[in-house]
Write a protein that binds this ligand. Structure first.
Ligand code: FES
Length: 265
């Protein structure tokens, strides 16, 4: 098949107040694209041709190419990760496009994800949020028997639903407010349904929400674009759970340093 690509090219990192830098859409035509290629393999072929011609290859992020690591996201025809629901860019195949298609490829667009180059964005804001409490710090000692801490099936399922988040950032890219509430909600929901996670639940809710605000992510206005774009189909229910956890945490004693953080949703 043959496709025409319009790809965002940008040689320098975005800075605050100068989002696009030297960015522009560049048109490329590609012949003999196999319908069985993944979207990233198609970009590999384009890059081989560009290198052969002495031009700069298109920079894009990827690692596992198995829908696990969350590093490969780009906006394809205006949709994070492209047209297939519940699918990462690396798992998207060219058979999802018509022969002769014109395809527009852009990086995530969010102030908290500055473009580093071409289709690569800096998502370390997510890492900084995670570092504030998306983990369990209680000592667990040696590995216990699997049945030492019984977890009801319903709770285990809910925790696992949230734990499937791969931190790709599609939720932020899809949201008109660049909100990270699906991502942060997934972290809160993951732990609040497990007995081990409930030990630090108040601190976690306060710290993750405060970190999310500091990074410049927007608020949620219930458009559900995040749920539609999420390659792991994490439900917006996790946002409601996070809001409940946050209100609950505010209702119990809070450290003076965290006072003043507003509500969400
Ligand atoms: S490259 Fe890892 S999820 Fe796509």
């Amino acid at each position: 098949m043959k496709v025409t690509l319009h790809i965002w090219r940008q040689s320098r990192q975005s800075t605050k107040g100068d989002f696009a830098q030297d960015g522009r859409m560049v048109r490329y035509e590609l012949d003999h694209v196999s319908a069985d290629m993944s979207f990233l393999e198609m970009l590999d072929v384009l890059n081989e041709q560009l290198i052969h011609k002495g031009e700069e290859p298109v920079a894009f992020d990827h690692d596992c190419r198995e829908g696990i690591c969350g590093s490969c996201g780009v906006v394809i025809d205006g949709v994070p990760h492209g047209p297939e629901r519940g699918t990462t860019t690396c798992q998207l195949h060219m058979r999802s496009f018509k022969d002769g298609a014109e395809i527009w490829v852009e990086p995530w667009r969010a102030a908290a994800f500055p473009v580093v180059r071409d289709l690569v964005v800096d998502r370390s804001s997510f890492d900084r949020v995670v570092q504030k409490g998306a983990f369990i710090s209680v000592g667990t000692g040696a590995p216990q028997d699997a049945n030492a801490i019984p977890v009801p099936k319903h709770d285990a399922d809910r925790a696992f639903d949230a734990a499937t988040c791969i931190g790709c950032g599609a939720c932020v890219a899809a949201c008109k407010n660049a909100s990270a509430m699906l991502f942060v909600g997934a972290k809160v929901s993951h732990f609040m349904h497990l007995p081990q996670g409930r030990v630090e639940r108040e601190q976690r809710a306060r710290d993750l929400v405060a970190a999310m605000d500091r990074e410049g992510f927007g608020n949620c206005t219930n458009q559900y674009e995040c749920e539609a774009a999420c390659p792991k189909e994490i439900p917006v229910r996790v946002i409601a759970e996070m809001n409940r956890e946050f209100v609950r945490a505010k209702a119990v004693e809070e450290p003076a340093s965290d006072k003043g953080t507003g509500g969400h949703g």
